[in-house]
Design a protein around this ligand. Sequence first.
Ligand code: SF4
Ligand code: SF4
Length: 546
Amino acid sequence: MKLNSRKLWNFKGGVHPEGHKSLSNSSAIKDAKIPSVLVLPLQQHIGAVANPLVVPGQRVLKGELIAQGEGMVSASLHAPTSGTITAIEERPIPHPSGLMDLCIILESDQEDRWCSLNPIEDPLQLDADAIREAIRAAGIVGLGGAGFPAHVKLNPGAHTEVDTLIINGAECEPYITCDDRLMRERAESILCGIEIMARAISAHHILIGVEDNKPEAIAALNRALQHHKQSRIEIVTVPTLYPTGGERQLIKVLTGKEVPTQGIPLDIGIVCHNVATAARVEQAVVHGRPLISRVVTVSGEAIPRPGNYEVLFGTPMADLIAEAGGTIDQQPATIIMGGPMMGLPVTDSATPVTKTCNCLLIQPVQPRPTLHQPCIRCGECAISCPAQLQPQQLYWHARAKEFDKVQDEHLFDCIECGCCSWVCPSQIPLVHYFRFAKAEIWSQEREKAAADIARERHEFRQLRIEREKAERAELMKRKKAALAKKKKSGVSGSKESIAAAVERTKAKKAALAAKEAKAATEPSAPPTPPPDATENRTDEGEQREI
Ligand code: SF4
Ligand code: SF4
């Protein structure tokens, strides 16, 4: 075991906001109540939407597969408890757009009966594909907030070598303490999950980065590590600085390496996962339990009992807030999913907790929204930016809807950490402008893609019409030519046939005249008696012969 013997690096920028972690970090993880109705969005992850496998009226058991991940990048969904599917319909989801999306509605029977599970006794004997398959089947996504399917990240490809697996236990955002509690209480599970993931990618080195404001978590991990004598896991304490928990920033701090712009950590031989993801990998592979719940911090100044809860996915946020004592004096409050720096405002408390929800921050409503002042070009935002961007330039272009220019300023390198907004003396909500610009650009790209498809279809149709027209014209031309040829040959044939007919008529007339002349020179024969009606034709023939 090594502790702090590793050289650390700094990343540029970063800020030191007040942590507010003590509000919730001393309360142990509690199981939240099973809600009466669970709302399960089909898309709780990055990638293709899951395909529902259930129908209204169907009974399901806890852990049963209810929606299948589709394609390479997707994640399956499992019933968080037992009950009956009552509908598949659009409901509010936690998304910056505030739009509704398709959800499976599950009415719980409060019996919480598991389906049969497939635990694996010795997961470290599994090969990489079998580990990835177990993780894929369990619907595990990155629980640090992004929601990228974990099995995809654990598949570097046959020809890519992974030097280091980095486990992110930094949890740098204020108020959030769910990973801290998880490391304190489930360190053994985390370490086991890490060993399984390291086996899947054949990582040479394994580092767990934890900020130095979590001494109990670091101690718990070190205690658990004593049971893993042969482990290559290295626990590294890193200085508390927001946003050290950003993937690129933690990689820089621990290894000194920079993930290239537009690149991914794997480009520099690194795979990064969150501590909570590691714990769920252990649950999935060792115990066969799919991902149906997560630890969520419920904190903020507007609730009486901040804490950490194991929450079933689909639990309405209102239920969880009620579990934390509701709002103090029933005052109106704002709900933020995530922390104060990167979180998303939630306008409907019926919105469900999903796989990417690590925190509900419940704050008193501000009496009046603060109006921001004009930019004074102080440059503080650029100094604080860990992505080394020029936030004030981004702001000007985003505000003016100059989306080409905002991309020239590398908008998509912005990790939306909120440092620039945090330091801005004019209190400009810079990140909101950047999110708006990104959403507009994506929307324009979607529209452009749709227009391109429509144009291609139109062009293809025109081509088809032109081709069919040309084919018809060619056919007509050929028919006309054939007709003309036939007509030409048909006219001469007609003359010949008329001449032949004339000849035939003449011959007939001559034959008739000869017959009449012959008849006139011969005596008349007696009339032939009619055949007996009772005789058959054979008899008649025989009689004639006789
Ligand atoms: S910190 Fe605010 S006021 Fe200063 S340059 Fe940036 S946007 Fe302008
Ligand atoms: S939100 Fe974006 S622009 Fe602002 S500091 Fe963070 S990375 Fe830089």
